[in-house]
Each structure stands twice: as C-alpha cells, then as structure tokens.
Design a protein. Sequence first.
Length: 105
Amino acid sequence: MAITRNFKETIQARALKDAKFRTGLLKESIESMLAGDTETGKMILRDYINATIGFEKLGSIVEKSPKSLMRMFSPSGNPTANNLFGIIHTLQKKEGVHFEVKALR
C-alpha cells in the first residue's frame, strides 16, 4: 500500500487546523520528559516545533541559532535546563496555554 503523505506533512496539516492537537503534542512532550523518557519528549517537541512555529522563527524569539535548536532536539541532543524550559515557556505562550505540574500520590 502506497503512502500518499509523509508523517511530518500529516502532523503539520493537522496541527495547522487543530488547536487541541497542537496542545496535545506539547503536553505529551512535557509529560514524556517528566516521566524520564527524554528521547521521546524531545522527538515530540521537535515534531511540534516543525509543525507550528518552525526552528527559524523560534530561534529568533529565543535568540538561538535554528541549527543549535535542531541539535538540542535531535536524539543525541542534550539541551540545558535553562534552554529547555525557556523554549517550553515560549511555546506555551505562543500556543496560549499554561501547563502546571501537580504531585500525585
């Protein structure tokens, strides 16, 4: 069976028209990282960035080179906490959402 669209195009098309989907991607990324699966969290965040703001625009907002940001969110990337949380803050602000962490027992 032939696939007519690649995965990234499908994600981008859905993200452009579905705010709940975009918020869900961002939330899933953060939850994955908090659960210790940073590789998956970075991968989802990379997909989110590619499908929404793009690395060029994000780089200009956070004053980092787009290539540096792409490396941070690559499988072998290791963003500092300052960079990671600054980027998440920027993306939440752009999306118009605010996530909170709550302790569960």
